[in-house]
Design a protein around this ligand. Structure first.
Ligand SMILES: *[C@@H]1O[C@H](CO)[C@@H](O)[C@H](O)[C@H]1NC(C)=O
Ligand SMILES: *[C@@H]1O[C@H](CO)[C@@H](O)[C@H](O)[C@H]1NC(C)=O
Ligand SMILES: *[C@@H]1O[C@H](CO)[C@@H](O)[C@H](O)[C@H]1NC(C)=O
Ligand SMILES: *[C@@H]1O[C@H](CO)[C@@H](O)[C@H](O)[C@H]1NC(C)=O
Ligand SMILES: *[C@@H]1O[C@H](CO)[C@@H](O)[C@H](O)[C@H]1NC(C)=O
Ligand SMILES: *[C@@H]1O[C@H](CO)[C@@H](O)[C@H](O)[C@H]1NC(C)=O
Ligand SMILES: *[C@@H]1O[C@H](CO)[C@@H](O)[C@H](O)[C@H]1NC(C)=O
Ligand SMILES: *[C@@H]1O[C@H](CO)[C@@H](O)[C@H](O)[C@H]1NC(C)=O
Ligand SMILES: *[C@@H]1O[C@H](CO)[C@@H](O)[C@H](O)[C@H]1NC(C)=O
Ligand SMILES: *[C@@H]1O[C@H](CO)[C@@H](O)[C@H](O)[C@H]1NC(C)=O
Ligand SMILES: *[C@@H]1O[C@H](CO)[C@@H](O)[C@H](O)[C@H]1NC(C)=O
Ligand SMILES: *[C@@H]1O[C@H](CO)[C@@H](O)[C@H](O)[C@H]1NC(C)=O
Length: 537
């Protein structure tokens, strides 16, 4: 179970330490359900990202519910993870990008957001809380207080310093640095996370319910597979869907500048990335299997909700962008979401529109926490999972993203000038400061629609009818009914300034929708927006 002879007793003592100090739960009280949240890094669902996870599907999806419309509020690691933890949209948690200046794990985040994350609230209501894996991209950096900083509300903390890696990294073990090298049987991070998770299940208190969050590096770059999986999927390649290697000529500036068709070296690069991503996911599949077997062996499985999801999607060649996330399209904003647990019937698929801001409210709801006492923008989807027949649900969510790019030219991409970043092979730029947008993603009875506005020199608008055009080939901004366009514009402004319950008001295509012109004035009075306003012509 434990990696080495010295590791075992140390970890055990560490666990004993926190258990003795946190045994507040009164023995004999009926146990609330446990919750496990498994979070992968950069795993798409649109391009087959669940394909390697056969055991995960069998152990979670086949025993519970699959959400076919699960989205993230922002398709970038740190803003997305911050949304998961706080249950809030980026305009309310203020984490804009992966840097300290953008509030990723910053002192301001630690002061204003971190004490109110859903795990901290679970802890305050008697849960044992366990974290293992990647937290926020700047976690552990000096400006963020270093590895000694253990966020409030975690009984057991086993967090990766900074961004995803598979070998040669440092973990914070309850605030103490633990360096790891590159010996597979001691250091491969996905396996280390599996092992410490099993240790937790073996040594935790049996008197309190528990929450575990396990955040894997896979399938994020550098895509280092476990040795036994290095030969898997050797002839797999990125799917050649109708938007693969296609010039997005009616799309915003960043997409239009991509070289299309892509060079052979870009295609080789992205196909290789695609294969390696899948290889790394095989170790995640093993982790899920070990974890669920252990929950079962310890008699906890029937009283445990298990969530499996990702922080954002990914693309490999769509609209001739070689590899990355950050875009508004389905492949980047849609994620896998599978949940099993008490009261959830097996083998269900729901099309209900859910977002990563809903995970916190849902898990707090499971724990019986009064959501009225929180400031979360998301909604509990527990009623959808346990009673699928009569739930009035939302019809839209907000997606918002602030593009990265500095004032100086990226040396790998000199031709495009300052303001662009993330240049991958052959100088195709994947982000720019003006790749800043906000979208309303609507899924209602008769509408499956995306409406987006850019904060760029063109005040660009993109609209997709996903029913007719799931691969988002045709921007219908110029042809769609002007009244719909105007209503979507208003709705977007409203959502960009929403907070808590106002984020769940009925959307444009909800029968309960009422257009309220006062929202326009309310919006103009607020200064917190990153986007400029589109004046419709
Ligand atoms: C995980 O635990 C197993 C079983 O004890 C052990 O064989 C393996 O080396 C460990 N792996 C890591 C990376 O610690
Ligand atoms: C960082 O977060 C703090 C606290 O929420 C906020 O006041 C500040 O404006 C944020 N910084 C940015 C760049 O948004
Ligand atoms: C780990 O670090 C060692 C020593 O610096 C280096 O030789 C090795 O290539 C690194 N391995 C990986 C997988 O990064
Ligand atoms: C890697 O770790 C294992 C188990 O601890 C050990 O038996 C092996 O000798 C190590 N390999 C190297 C190259 O250090
Ligand atoms: C991949 O390889 C297997 C076995 O070598 C073969 O059966 C299969 O047709 C190949 N698939 C593709 C897409 O080339
Ligand atoms: C690129 O690949 C295609 C198909 O494999 C091949 O026909 C073409 O000659 C290659 N071009 C170059 C410049 O290598
Ligand atoms: C939460 O607030 C709503 C709306 O005000 C109310 O209907 C509900 O009863 C409240 N729930 C609890 C548990 O107080
Ligand atoms: C499902 O919801 C309906 C209507 O809200 C309610 O009457 C029923 O008791 C619920 N069933 C379960 C199993 O919770
Ligand atoms: C659904 O709930 C509403 C309001 O609670 C109720 O009037 C209606 O009869 C329910 N329908 C079903 C099918 O349970
Ligand atoms: C991240 O956001 C902050 C605040 O807006 C900004 O100062 C910084 O330049 C951004 N970082 C990048 C890499 O774009
Ligand atoms: C976006 O920024 C780039 C780089 O500064 C610039 O060349 C381009 O014209 C801008 N596009 C729009 C639509 O703002
Ligand atoms: C979207 O496409 C569907 C199927 O072609 C069509 O029935 C519907 O009217 C379209 N919706 C809009 C808003 O254009």
């Amino acid at each position: 179970m434990l990696p080495s002879g010295t590791e075992g007793p140390r970890l055990f003592l560490l666990l004993l330490g926190f258990l003795s100090s946190s045994c507040l739960w009164v023995e004999g009280r009926s146990r609330k359900p446990n919750v496990v949240l498994i979070l992968t890094d950069d795993q798409d669902v649109s391009l087959g990202g669940m394909t390697p996870l056969k055991k995960t599907k069998a152990l979670i999806a086949d025993h519970g519910m699959t959400f076919s419309n699960a989205y993230v509020a922002s398709a970038l690691c740190c803003p997305s993870r911050s949304s998961i933890l706080t249950g809030r949209y980026p305009h309310n948690h203020h984490v804009l990008n992966n840097t300290i200046e953008g509030n990723c794990s910053s002192k301001a985040w630690q002061k204003t957001q971190e004490p109110y994350t859903f795990p901290a609230l679970l802890y305050s209501s008697g849960y044992q809380t366990f974290f293992a894996g990647k937290y926020l991209n700047q976690y552990g950096s000096e400006e963020a207080g270093g590895i000694n900083h253990v966020p409030p509300g975690w009984s057991y903390w086993y967090a990766l310093e900074k961004n995803s890696k598979y070998y040669n990294y440092t973990l914070s073990e309850n605030g103490q640095p633990k360096p790891h090298g590159q010996n597979y049987s001691q250091d491969y991070l996905t396996d280390v996370l599996a092992n410490v998770s099993l240790d937790f299940l073996n040594y935790k208190s049996n008197h309190e319910p528990f929450f575990m969050m396990i955040a894997t590096p896979a399938p994020h770059s550098p895509w280092t597979a476990a040795p036994q999986y290095e030969k898997a999927f050797l002839n797999a390649s990125a799917p050649r869907g109708s938007n693969f290697n296609v010039h997005g000529k009616d799309k915003h500036w960043l997409i239009r500048q991509a070289k299309s068709p892509m060079s052979n070296s870009s295609i080789q690069y992205l196909d290789n990335a695609f294969r390696k991503r899948w290889q790394t996911l095989l170790s995640v599949d093993d982790l899920v299997e070990k974890l669920l077997k252990q929950l079962e062996a310890r008699g906890e499985l029937d009283n445990t909700f298990v969530f499996f999801t990702s922080d954002n999607g990914y693309h490999t060649g769509q609209f001739s962008l070689p590899i990355d996330k950050r875009q508004l399209y389905e492949f980047d904003i849609k994620v896998p979401l599978l949940v099993r647990g008490p009261g959830i019937k097996p083998n269900q698929i729901t099309k209900s529109l859910v977002a990563n801001i809903d995970l916190g409210p849902t898990i707090l709801d499971i724990a019986g926490y009064d959501l009225n006492k929180t400031q979360m923008d998301g909604m509990s989807f527990l009623p959808i999972m346990t009673n699928n027949t009569n739930v009035t649900w939302r019809t839209d969510i907000l997606v918002e993203y602030q593009g990265e790019g500095s004032n100086t030219s990226d040396p790998t991409c000199p031709t495009l000038g300052p303001g662009v970043s993330q240049c991958f092979p052959d100088c195709v730029c994947e982000d720019s400061y003006n790749n800043t947008y906000a979208c309303v993603r609507t899924i209602a009875a008769a509408y499956d629609l995306q409406y987006c506005e850019f904060d760029d020199a063109e005040v660009f608008v993109e609209v997709y009818n996903i029913t007719a055009d799931p691969n988002q080939l045709t921007n219908i901004a110029k042809t769609i009914d002007k009244e719909i366009l105007e209503q979507m514009n208003h709705r977007l402004m409203m959502l960009q300034s929403c907070s808590g319950p106002s984020c769940h008001t009925p959307g444009v295509f909800d029968p309960r929708y009422r257009f309220d012109p006062r929202l326009m004035f309310m919006d103009q009075g607020q200064q917190s927006h990153t986007l400029s306003r589109k004046t419709l012509k």
